[in-house]
Design a protein around this ligand. Structure first.
Ligand code: HEM
Length: 144
């Protein structure tokens, strides 16, 4: 595992992410755009399923916001993966980073269950907690 992480760090991508002056800030910005699209869509959907904006048809809201959330998630994962290459061994060893990855998996599983069955209040509460947790972990990683 350590060998894989080291190879990732020493790959051309890792070198470019560390060496090119503007690459890291640009990729970090893409990460944040992805997070904004994902988080904004998920919070709006979760609040609707918790009973806010009852006059708004929930299936229309899902039709508009679900693709935005998926697009945001894909952006965040791709840019997050690039950020990870800058210091892969350090991030992989951090409990907060591991917890963030665990929350992301919980978020995907919850959203998949959400999509397959009827959305419940409990699933909406889990979704709110998981995505907020992932956002907080991501922000705090830089300070540890
Ligand atoms: C596989 C997916 C992801 C990976 C590998 C990843 C990886 C990373 C890495 C390496 C950083 C830089 C940490 C640092 O400052 O040293 C970061 C920042 C961050 N991530 Fe992620 N991330 C992923 C998905 C997400 C998602 C889905 C969210 C939100 C729900 C998120 C929220 C954040 C936040 C808020 C920051 C701080 C950005 C900043 O303040 O500049 N990440 N991420």
């Amino acid at each position: 595992m350590d060998y894989l992480l080291l190879s990732l760090e020493q790959s051309a991508l890792g070198d470019a992410m560390r060496g090119w002056r503007w690459l890291y800030p640009v990729v970090n910005t893409v990460h944040i755009v992805g997070i904004a699209l994902l988080f904004g869509s998920m919070v709006s959907l979760d609040l609707r399923f918790l009973g806010v904006w009852k006059s708004v048809d929930s299936s229309n809201l899902v039709r508009v916001l679900a693709p935005v959330a998926v697009f945001g998630f894909v952006l965040a994962v791709m840019a997050g993966g690039l950020l990870f290459t800058t210091d892969a061994r350090k991030y992989a060893a951090m409990p907060l980073f591991q917890f963030k990855m665990f929350l992301l998996v919980c978020g995907i599983v919850n959203a998949a269950c959400f999509a397959r069955t009827r959305a419940t209040r409990r699933a909406a509460l889990i979704s709110l907690a998981v995505w907020t947790g992932a956002l907080i972990c991501g922000r705090f990683i830089g300070y540890l």
